[in-house]
Design a binder for this molecule. Structure first.
Ligand code: FES
Length: 374
């Protein structure tokens, strides 16, 4: 793996805006997102999409923040489709009116992923600090009405893992074809709230057993994906299928990123799509080449037989937990910092869920405060 052949990106994730009407406590956007107010224009996004398609990318995701806050989303979708992308909208549903959904369908939108935060109005609205459960339910009905396959995404954590069965029933009742139950990834606001969100091992095991039982009962009517929180594993995930391997994200303000959390790594300069072409960024930039291959690896990754499978795990998690983005992901039992992960999990076992620091809800004011604190 020393001198890897660089393959073209498959995915372009267009993080159209960091603006969002919700205030989710587990949001993976950077906590200092208020810095990024200078959003790419329609023309600049169209240019990025064209270049990504020329590079070979075939999947295009529109995310945010909330991508529906862009008034030109329909035009972006139409252009993405014209270029030959398979277009995905990743949305909270807020702002998805019947008229807008009709316009997006006419623009050629292929796929919608709608997020819910829980099966109950109370918890959904609490975790987002908004009253959005009823709106989301309405959007779910609209999506069915427009004949889109219904793909629901629910982020799981200490507050809703015990509701998994009800979440599955809710998704079934809504006619979902696909339910993604993704345990919180601890980046951005999720990392900030980790002590509050981290579930107990019993919660995770019980939820997984419930999911398996439901899968048997439901069969092909609805596919359920359950992503176990990696803190409870002893092997790291192959994050992004490897740095600079298949995934290319472009942030609202034009930074090209090998993953959505990459900006948390200090000392790295991520190229700006306004001043550099995507081909040069993908193949030649220092940022995209930084963790390709294995020359950057330290022990135990360097001589690990699994390094071609897991690429040493997640660079952003290595930074967050071990203080060094080039070290082994501490989720790995071979990492010298694995004790940090075990400690976090152990604390979650002991902690009284109602004690401890309060949740920090994502908001511009909090982001400004965190930015000022550095
Ligand atoms: Fe950045 Fe895993 S999220 S490498």
């Amino acid at each position: 793996m020393d001198a890897p052949a660089i393959t073209p990106p498959l995915w372009l994730l267009a993080e159209l805006t960091y603006r969002c009407p919700l205030h989710c406590v587990f949001c993976y956007n950077p906590v200092d997102y208020v810095r990024c107010r200078d959003e790419l224009t329609l023309e600049q996004w169209c240019d990025v999409m064209r270049q990504a398609r020329e590079l070979g990318a075939a999947q295009l995701g529109f995310s945010g923040g909330e991508p529906l806050l862009r008034d030109d989303l329909e035009q972006l979708v139409a252009e993405g489709r014209r270029l030959g992308f398979y277009t995905n909208l990743i949305t909270s549903g807020i702002g998805l009116t019947e008229a807008r959904l009709g316009a997006l369908r006419d623009a050629g939108l292929d796929h919608i992923q709608l997020s819910f935060q829980d099966s109950t109005r109370e918890m959904n609205d609490f975790l987002t600090s908004t009253r959005t459960f009823d709106l989301k339910s309405k959007v779910a009905r609209l999506i069915k009405q427009f004949d889109y396959p219904m793909v629901l995404n629910v982020v799981l954590h200490r507050y809703n893992l015990d509701h998994v069965e009800r979440i599955i029933e809710m998704a079934l009742a809504m006619g979902a074809e696909y339910l993604e139950l993704a345990n919180t990834q601890y980046y951005g606001w999720g990392l900030l709230n980790r002590a509050q969100l981290m579930p107990t091992r019993e919660q995770v095991e019980k939820a997984e057993a419930v999911v398996n039982r439901c899968r048997e009962r439901i069969g092909n009517r609805m596919r359920i994906l359950f992503v176990v929180p990696d803190y409870f594993e002893d092997k790291p995930k192959a994050c992004m299928s490897g740095w600079g391997s298949v995934f290319l994200a472009v942030s609202a303000d034009g930074a090209a990123l090998p993953c959505h959390a990459a900006r948390s790594i200090p000392g790295m300069v991520f190229p700006d799509v306004r001043s550099q072409g995507l081909r040069e960024i993908w193949y030649d930039s220092a940022a995209f080449n930084r963790f390709r291959g294995d020359a950057w690896m330290q022990e135990p990754c360097r001589t690990c037989p699994d390094k071609d499978k897991d690429y040493g795990g997640c660079r952003c998690q290595a930074l967050a937990l071990a203080g060094d983005a080039a070290s082994a992901d501490p989720v790995c039992e071979k990492s010298p910092a694995h004790g940090v992960v075990q400690h976090v999990v152990k604390l979650a076992q002991r902690r009284d869920p109602d004690a401890g620091q309060p949740l920090i809800f994502r908001s511009d004011a909090e982001s400004r405060r965190l930015l000022a604190e550095g």
